[in-house]
Each structure stands twice: as C-alpha cells, then as structure tokens.
Design a protein around this ligand. Structure first.
Ligand SMILES: *Cc1c(COP(=O)(O)O)cnc(C)c1O
Length: 227
C-alpha cells in the first residue's frame, strides 16, 4: 500500500512539472484518473486515503462491484468509464459513472440520452476517437468526429471532449497532436489522453485527463476469459 502512495506522489509531482513546462494556455489543469481495473478495492482505498479522488474502470460490472459499496459508505469520488460500453449496460453506466469516455456510435448516443432522461442523471460524455484508424479498436474515425459531435449535441447530450488511445508500440505524439487539434477546432474543453508510459507527453498536448494504471497500482496479470 505504501508503494501506491509513493507512486501517487511521484505521478502527481510529474504531472505538476509537465503542466508548468507546457507551452501556451498553461492554466488548464490536468486531472489524474487512477485506473484501478483488475485491482482490489483495498488498492483503491489506499489511493483514496492518500487524496486521489478520480478513478477509472473499463468494465461496468467490475466498477459496480468495486465502487457501489464505497459510494454507499459515503466516500466522495468521481468515477470514469474508460472502456467500451455496450448498449445493454448503458442504464448501469448512467447510474454509476460521472464521466463516460467511450461514446463512439449514434446507437449508443440514443440509448444514453434515453437513460439520462429516465434517471435524471447526466454524466459528462467524451467521444472516443479511433486516431490510429485501427480496425480492431473502438472509436469514431477522425474525419467523422465533427459530424458525430454535432449530432450528439443536437440530441442534447453533454459532450465535453475527446478521448483517444493511440496504437501500442507507435509514437503517440502525432496522435496526441491530431486529437488536440480536433478538440480545439470543435471547441471541446476536455481531452482524455495519456497512460502510464506517455502521460507527460500527453500533457504537452493539453490533456486535461490522464489515465494511469500500471505506474500507480503496478502491473496487471492477464486475466484470460474473465469478463
Ligand atoms: C488500462 C487502461 C489505461 C491505463 O493503462 P496503463 O498503461 O496501465 O497506465 C488507460 N486507458 C484505458 C482506456 C485503459 O483501458
């Protein structure tokens, strides 16, 4: 547990340094999302007690199991969905998450809108961009993002920014740059990009959320077949 607290301090101080070093609109802040997927609730609690309040999970069910009991205990925290969302989990997602980073298709947008009205709960939405044009990856292709965002805004959805996961083993810099330009063009304030290996670079491109798992909680075992 003290390892997590040490890691948290290191990451926060590196974020602070990166924010100070970046060019231009230096005032926008970067929020650390502690990605706790596959990690036990004790790890979450250790980080929470050390002051970390934003957490990210990539599966609705796992997030529910881990975080509902904490919410019921009255722990104040902000919960982010960073993984793909199936329409049949949209109701649960609207009920649980404060920010959904993975809006990527109109069918999901329609279901989210219906659920938000029904539950009178309006999580912030980010549009996931498939910036590397990878067939196996979720996200809207960059050239389709402006029309997609416009359609969602017309539906009254609270779209606040863009999210991306650059291809693994590729230089993330041109991808961060491209997504930042796109968000800027569309006047969207939030940018969710950067993970353990590249969050400092993402901050140079004005990431407002960085999603860090491994550097904070340690490596994850491959959980084959566990949904
Ligand atoms: C797991 C995950 C992360 C965190 O990755 P690390 O390399 O462990 O920091 C960030 N974003 C998404 C979408 C993830 O699924």
């Amino acid at each position: 547990m003290t390892v997590i607290i040490d890691n948290l301090r290191t990451i926060l101080s590196e974020i602070e340094t990166a924010v100070m070093q970046k060019q231009g609109s230096a005032s926008d802040l970067t929020t650390l999302i502690a990605v706790s997927k596959t990690k036990p609730v004790d790890d979450v609690l250790a980080a929470w007690q050390a002051g970390q309040k934003h957490f990210g999970e990539n599966k609705v069910q796992e997030a529910k199991q881990k975080f509902l009991p904490l919410r019921e205990r009255g722990l104040a925290l902000t919960l982010h969905l960073i993984g793909p969302l199936q329409t049949n989990k949209a109701a649960d997602a609207v009920g649980l998450f404060d920010v959904i980073h993975s809006l990527d298709r109109l069918k999901l947008a329609a279901v989210l809108q219906k659920e938000m009205q029904k539950q009178q709960r309006y999580p912030t939405l980010l549009v996931q961009v498939n910036i590397g044009r990878e067939p196996q990856k979720a996200g809207v292709l960059p050239e389709n993002v402006p029309a997609f965002v416009e359609s969602c805004l017309e539906m009254g959805l609270p779209i606040k920014g863009l999210m991306c996961i650059p291809p693994v083993n590729a230089d993330p810099e041109p991808h961060f740059s491209a997504v930042a330009n796109l968000a800027n063009k569309l006047n969207l304030p939030e940018l969710s990009m950067g993970m353990s290996k590249d969050y400092k670079l993402a901050i140079q491109y004005h990431a407002t959320y960085v999603r860090v798992g491994t550097a904070l909680f340690g490596g994850r075992e491959l959980l084959i077949g566990k949904g």
